[in-house]
Every structure is written in C-alpha cells, then in structure tokens.
Design a protein around this ligand. Structure first.
Ligand code: ZN
Length: 89
C-alpha cells in the first residue's frame, strides 16, 4: 500500500526492512519525505519551497520536489551507498 503515492510513482521497497508500506508527505512547503510506515526510515528530497511566483510554478515545484524525494528514496536501494544529501536534479 502506498499512502500518499500516486499509481504512476515508482518507488522501491524499504531498503531497511523490505516493506512497501510507504508514505509520501510534505509540510506546507514543496519539500517531500518518503517514509516507511513499518520501520520509520525516511528520506527527504530536495526542497523547492521558496518559490511563490505563480500557481503554475508552485505546482511545478511540488512535482519536482516529489520526484526528488522519490529519487532520493530509490537511490537508497540495498547495496548502494547513500547519496541522499547530494540532492536531485
Ligand atoms: Zn522499513
């Protein structure tokens, strides 16, 4: 079950417990966190939260932030070094 995730989001199972009970959430800014409900592991993506120029740009920022969080999470697949602090494009 992927609470908060959209059907087209590709997200790897939790690298720590193997669970796929994951949540994707954000605060009021365009910065998202993928969290494993089972063990609490979480990865936060790049923040795009400072742009408030227009509604379109804000929506785009949220999409980018979501993608960034998912990419950061997926890079944490078992056997790979964590580079989650390097940021996502
Ligand atoms: Zn887990």
């Amino acid at each position: 079950m992927h609470i908060g995730l959209e059907p087209n989001n590709k997200v790897s199972p939790c690298p720590f417990c193997g669970g796929d009970n994951l949540d994707l959430h954000n605060t009021h800014t365009a910065c998202y966190t993928v969290e494993c409900i089972s063990c609490g592991a979480n990865v936060t993506g790049k923040s795009f939260g400072t742009n408030r120029r227009s509604e379109d740009l804000t929506l785009r920022d949220h999409r980018n932030a979501k993608s960034s969080a998912l990419a950061a999470w997926n890079r944490r697949a078992p056997g790979k070094a964590c580079d989650c602090l390097r940021g996502a494009k």
